[in-house]
Design a protein around this ligand. Structure first.
Ligand code: COA
Length: 353
């Protein structure tokens, strides 16, 4: 018995923005972006909301799983760009999709959202169906997890070092309790402190509207993290994603290999037996680097970055949908998902299809 992935789906905004489109607004070239990242275009939500994209991906995953909205007992939306702070993104999607019986909440693990979201949903499912600890809980037979981000809202479109990397989209998966088959075999979640702020964004803390005097605050993330004294706080306010690219690159390539190795050990399955590895799509070069470090050929990795860029919490779930659609994953296959992102967060999981 176990928690099986039974449905998948993705949704993208209509507008595509090519590298040449970006070269018209910042000092960059198609060649530079392709060579350094593998990205050729990304989608940008100009008419769609986060709710629109998440709901469409969720609807497709339900259809794929052959379930009705009423069948879903739990909805988790993984996002850093919800349409509102309250109600949560998950509550908005629950209403849109008519998930009458679902409890719904958001989870922010940035680009590791897919791994964290599936781990949390499957843990809740296993605890409720297996009756762990003799505690009576909401029974969760079917869960929907949706990774969704409209990063275009928090990207500085004048900063060539970041704006070429990111895109918008949504990916979804249905997880169902199965009395016969195992489903998710092992998971591994980690956090390391981002004390040097490799990846940060203050976006929601615009305290300039407070009606009373501010003595040395606002409290941007640099101050909260202790990397900058409070009196320097105002200068370091980051309304958009700020990033130390090379530091993130090194971190990502290292932890991806560690996470995959650990999850294989936990599952008792050698990495050679994994039919497909679906990594976070941040940079094709990061995936190549990790592939070398792991000694796993690139052909076994799902690479979907070319047309969508880095879509944060949606990335792994969108790439997973691509792998299923391309029939790279067949019943019984072992599949590894691996992610990393702001926090810093990272992790991996292995499931049997
Ligand atoms: N177009 C043209 N030149 C650019 C550019 C762009 N879009 N962005 C940066 N450059 C320039 C830099 O200014 C620098 O110029 P200089 O040598 O004159 O100073 C040069 O290109 C090299 O910059 P560098 O940062 O060393 O490039 P890089 O090879 O490390 O690639 C990233 C930059 C961002 C693509 C790469 O570091 C990366 O992908 N990091 C990880 C980012 C990530 O995954 N973030 C999300 C994690 S969830």
């Amino acid at each position: 018995m176990g928690c099986k992935i039974t449905g998948w789906g993705k949704a993208l905004p209509q507008l595509t923005v090519t590298n040449n489109d970006l070269a018209a607004i910042v000092d960059t070239t198609d060649e530079w972006i392709v060579e350094r990242t593998g990205i050729r275009q990304r989608h940008v939500a100009t008419t769609e909301t986060t709710t629109d994209l998440a709901s469409e991906a969720g609807r497709r995953a339900l259809e794929q799983a052959g379930l009705t909205p009423e069948d879903i007992d739990l909805l988790i939306c993984m996002t850093i760009t919800p349409d509102a702070i309250i109600p949560s993104q998950a509550c908005l999607v629950k209403a849109r999709l008519g998930l009458a019986n679902a409890v719904a909440f958001d989870l922010n693990a940035a680009c590791s959202g897919c791994i964290y979201g599936i781990d949390v949903a499957s843990s809740m499912m296993a605890a409720s169906m297996g009756g762990i600890g003799g505690c009576q809980r909401n029974p969760i037979k079917n869960a929907l997890v949706i990774g969704v981000d409209c990063l275009s809202r928090i990207v500085d479109w004048t900063d060539r070092a970041t704006c070429v990397l990111f895109g918008d989209g949504a990916g979804a998966a249905v997880i169902s309790w199965d009395e016969e088959e195992p489903g998710i075999l092992a998971t591994y979640l980690r956090n390391v402190d981002d004390s040097q702020l490799y990846l940060a964004c203050d976006a929601v803390y615009d305290l300039s509207t407070l009606p009373f005097p501010q003595s040395g605050t606002p409290t941007p993330v640099a101050v909260i993290a202790g990397t900058q004294p409070a009196e320097g706080g105002e200068e370091s306010y980051r309304p958009f994603i700020s990033m130390q690219g090379q530091k993130v690159f090194k971190f990502a390539a290292t932890v991806m290999a560690e996470a995959v190795e650990t999850v294989c050990q936990r599952a008792g399955v050698p990495v050679e037996e994994a039919a497909c590895i679906v990594p976070h799509q941040a940079n094709e070069r990061i995936i190549r680097f990790a592939s070398k470090k792991m000694g796993v050929p690139m052909e076994r990795f799902q690479v979907s970055i070319e047309e969508v860029g880095n879509t944060s919490a949606s990335s792994v779930l969108m790439a997973l949908a691509d792998a299923f659609e391309a029939q790279r994953i067949r019943p019984g296959d072992k599949v590894i998902l691996v992610g990393f992102g702001a926090g810093l967060t990272y992790g991996a999981l292995m499931f049997q299809a």
